[in-house]
Design a protein around this ligand. Structure first.
Ligand SMILES: [Zn+2]
Length: 342
């Protein structure tokens, strides 16, 4: 059997491991897919389900084939033996009642396939009671059942849950890999030809997430992100100047009316500050905001660590206030005041 999951880019080690397990019939009945948002956990979980259900499995075809009725239904989210559990709309937790329902579903038999797959999205949202209720099912699920827990951090799950599952870690793309994968995308190729700077800015803004890169290829979204990055870059440049007047002016250019826009801009600013603080200690530290390490190193050298920490603290406070629904202009003026006072 050739490598399965050829339709998915990246996460080579995880794909190879799952391919071997499918070929040898050693796929564990409980798996944790752990990795950052945008690293392909959900896609992998669905493709794994499709591989188990695929009607052309065992034939000389890609696995999953992506074309048979089972693959098509998985893609459309209507395959009856695939169950997805996530926090309900407006809720942040998955409670014990939902896990009891899942256990009742586990006791039933498959509809169309020899397998049944249960995907628990945001598994860390299960409270302790819910996780405990799941233990027996993880230990000895009925024949043919595979349970996939998706999480940003397996550390947030109970040790008893972790010990019953095989752990697979998914990773974001590095900038070079992302660029390679996007090279075959017509819109990206056109952008790279017409405006190499914008193509580079897109790679930076995608933060290693292919899905986000594809979203950014949409012109409107790209323009919005670029203007946010410009605002953040201006703040960082001003941070290197003496006194607080320039910084004050740069901060005033942050989006000041829409909550969502200010939240995004502050998140970017906090990523940039984090990069610079880390670079002061370790020039090889992994970066989340900057794409070009040399630029980042030069900036890090131009700003004192105390100044970085002070702004970083003030931004964290502003983010906190925003998340508590504080009035947007007030959050921004509090931030300005904090900067001016220091
Ligand atoms: Zn198929």
């Amino acid at each position: 059997m050739a490598q399965a999951f050829s339709a998915i880019l990246g996460n080579e080690a995880v794909k190879a491991r799952l391919t071997r397990a499918l070929r040898d019939g050693t796929l564990p009945h409980a798996l944790i897919l752990s990795g950052p948002e945008g690293s392909g956990r959900r896609t992998l979980a669905r493709e794994l389900a499709a591989a188990l259900f695929c009607l052309r499995r065992g034939e000389d075809a890609p696995l999953p084939c992506g074309e048979c009725e089972a693959c098509r239904k998985v893609r459309e989210g209507i395959f009856p033996d695939l169950h997805v559990i996530a926090p309900e709309e407006g809720k942040t937790t998955i409670g014990i009642a939902r896990i009891r329902e899942l256990r009742a579903e586990l006791a039933l038999t498959a509809n169309e396939s020899t397998h049944r797959v249960f995907i628990i999205e945001r598994a860390e949202a299960m409270n302790a009671a819910a996780q405990n209720a799941l233990l027996v099912s993880l230990e000895e699920p009925p024949e043919g059942v595979v349970i996939l827990l998706i999480t940003e951090s397996e550390e947030a799950l109970l040790p008893t849950v972790r010990s019953r599952c095989q752990l697979l870690r998914t990773e974001l793309f590095d900038a070079a890999a992302l660029e390679r994968h996007l090279a075959s995308n017509e819109r990206f190729a056109t952008l790279a030809r017409r405006s190499p700077e914008r193509a580079e800015a897109l790679l930076e803004s995608a933060g290693g997430c292919l899905g986000r890169a594809l979203l950014l290829l949409d012109e409107g979204k790209m323009a919005e992100v670029l203007s946010e990055r410009e605002a953040v870059d201006a703040v960082i440049r001003a941070l290197g100047a003496r006194g607080s007047a320039e910084l004050f002016s740069a901060l005033r250019l942050l989006p000041s009316t829409k909550r969502e826009e200010l939240t995004e801009a502050l998140a970017l600013l906090s990523d940039a500050l984090r990069d610079l603080i880390l670079l002061k200690r370790d020039p090889t530290a992994p970066l989340v905001y900057y794409y070009d390490r040399e630029t980042a190193l030069t900036l890090a050298e131009s700003v004192g660590i105390q100044r970085l920490f002070r702004l970083s603290d003030a931004v964290a406070e502003a983010e906190d206030d925003l998340s508590r629904n504080a009035n947007v202009p007030i959050v921004l003026s509090t931030l300005l005041y904090a900067v001016a006072a220091r």
